[in-house]
Design a protein around this ligand. Structure first.
Ligand SMILES: CC(C)(COP(=O)(O)OP(=O)(O)OC[C@H]1O[C@@H](n2cnc3c(N)ncnc32)[C@H](O)[C@@H]1OP(=O)(O)O)[C@@H](O)C(=O)NCCC(=O)NCCS
Length: 166
């Protein structure tokens, strides 16, 4: 892949079905997401619209096909947390390890800085070597781990938090 093949842009409602398809196996087969049922395209369109009221939702395309997405949202609801944005990134499994996630996150971080956000927070269900490597490569530092704070597939899962001061 050359860097020319990869493009980043703001998501729109027409991207909802592909984003839903990228996310579905993560929900269905892994504890990476703590959701239990796969959101459909309609639900994704609603999520994209809701996020874009306050934050960026980006997609990455290869040859005009969406292969990944990243977005930011509230870290916590109270007003004083407004400058803290929780970031999320997913890349289609056929395209892992090719720089797509890094490109999405670099652009997301740049967009958040431009909007005046103060801290980016990543919440990672552990273990997830790829996500930890991606975030640390981008300058996120580990804050700590909430042990056994999520339960999926009849197993307790630790959740780590990483942060980047913007
Ligand atoms: C985590 C994820 C977003 C990373 O995206 P990606 O496009 O595969 O990552 P990149 O190719 O940009 O790689 C980023 C860095 O992480 C490293 N990396 C990627 N996957 C890795 C793995 N499984 N183990 C160790 N390092 C890994 C790469 O070598 C690269 O480091 P480098 O720049 O020093 O070479 C992607 O693997 C993914 O979507 N995974 C499933 C969903 C997920 O875990 N999302 C995050 C939820 S917190």
């Amino acid at each position: 892949m050359t860097s020319d093949d990869l493009r980043l842009r703001d998501a729109n409602a027409a991207d909802a079905a592909v984003c839903a398809a990228i996310y579905a196996p993560i929900v269905r087969d892994t504890p990476i997401s703590f959701e239990f049922s796969e959101p459909d395209a309609e639900e994704f369109a609603a999520r994209i619209a809701r996020v874009q009221q306050t934050d960026p939702w980006l997609v990455a395309t290869l040859d005009d096909v969406v292969v990944g997405y990243a977005y930011a949202a509230d870290f916590r609801a109270r007003a004083a947390y407004a400058g803290s944005r929780e970031t999320t990134v997913y890349v289609h499994e056929d395209h892992h390890g090719r720089g797509v996630g890094s490109a999405l996150m670099r652009r997301l971080i740049a967009d958040l800085r431009e909007r005046g956000a103060h801290v980016a927070v990543a919440c990672i269900a552990l273990p997830n070597d790829g996500s930890v490597a991606l975030h640390e490569r981008l300058g996120f530092t580990k804050v700590g781990v909430f042990r056994e704070s999520g339960r999926k597939f009849d197993t307790w899962h630790d959740v780590g938090f990483w942060e980047l001061l913007l």
